[in-house]
Design a protein around this ligand. Sequence first.
Ligand code: GLN
Length: 203
Amino acid sequence: MVKANIPPVAGLLALQGDFEKHKAALRALGAEVIEVRTEDQLEHVDALIIPGGESTTMTILMPDSLRSSLIQFASSHPVWGTCAGMIMLSTTRSDSRVRPLGLVDLEVERMGFGRQVFSFEGELRLSERLAEHERPFKGFFIRAPRVKEKSKELEVLAWLNDEPVALIKGNILLTSFHPELAEDDRFHRFFLSMIDKSSSRKG
Ligand code: GLN
């Protein structure tokens, strides 16, 4: 069977948070989308998005069995964390209410752009790895995490002024903003291209 003809299956971790817009963006690009709430459902997806929401609530709602399956899954499949999802994928230690998965060496400050700033929009500069990178991307930041310290192995894919706001290392993609709100599908396309390159594709 020719794998390229089978639509990729993207999972959306649906414990809590904003996933409808991600779903629409992925479907518009031809992917199948499954909501993931248990470790068994991970067996049916090629990749996973941990959406924005509230990392303290995700911590409470994530049983240990799902936590360890997610860590295992990320070793061989693309995983993308947006906003709260980025916090969950990091090694952030500064807030004891959040128990991150520790998949990339990254410390963020929750709501690091100022607690009084609920949300803002910023023009992002993109790395050459994104399609049409000369055109800026509109970044929507909602109580967003701010990068404090990151390992050199994390490559920057987007900057707000000179600060990293999108990063990648291997299978792990992180965005501190909400690309699903931008009406610009370049990050979703980039994520689906990570599935195509990943050898663990189902089907
Ligand atoms: N401030 C939230 C948290 O710390 C993230 C906000 C978001 O995902 N939009 O989890």
